[in-house]
Design a protein around this ligand. Structure first.
Ligand code: RP5
Length: 157
């Protein structure tokens, strides 16, 4: 596996971390190296630009709530894939973030997961990397098989 973080997980505020760490956990459990940072599109635009330009990450996960522009701004800086993770904030249960992230202009796509869907953001980033990493693809197949066994083992009263 390549040296350095393969996935950069960015978030607009430390207040997002409680949700976002689910993406970190999904990736580290698969052995994917991750770098997690608070880097706001609005509060730290210059450092955000510098970070994206310098990062060796192959995939970005960008989490934000409210006026959730982080993923779109990161996507404007790079052609590497960007996964947008809407965070449910204090208002509107995260619908505001979801709509802000999913309505990207033609030509600058991001892949948006569910509100607070941190685990799926991590798995999707791993699936993107697994296209060129057979070992990681096998781990993902094993994970799917294990999830299937959990479903099949469910017992109802
Ligand atoms: C967004 O504003 C962040 O991503 C966060 O979800 C939201 C609130 O940030 P704080 O006021 O908690 O720092 O930029």
């Amino acid at each position: 596996m390549a040296a350095g973080p393969q996935v950069a997980i960015l978030m607009g505020s430390k207040s997002d971390w409680e949700v976002v760490k689910g993406a970190r956990d999904a990736l580290t459990s698969l052995g994917v190296a991750v770098d997690s940072r608070v880097l706001s599109a609005h509060r730290a635009p210059g450092p955000l630009h510098e970070y994206v330009n310098a990062s060796p990450a192959k995939v970005f996960i960008c989490a934000a709530g409210g006026a959730a522009h982080l993923a779109g701004v990161v996507a404007s800086f790079t052609t590497r894939p960007v996964i947008a993770l809407p965070i449910a904030g204090k208002y509107m249960d995260g619908l505001d973030s979801l709509l802000a992230m999913v309505q990207m202009p033609k030509g600058v796509p991001v892949a948006t997961v569910a509100i607070n869907g941190a685990g799926n953001a991590g798995l999707l980033a791993a699936q993107i990397l697994a296209v060129a990493d057979a070992g990681l693809a096998k781990k993902l197949q094993d994970h799917r098989a294990s999830e299937m066994q959990k479903v099949l083992a469910e017992k109802l009263e």
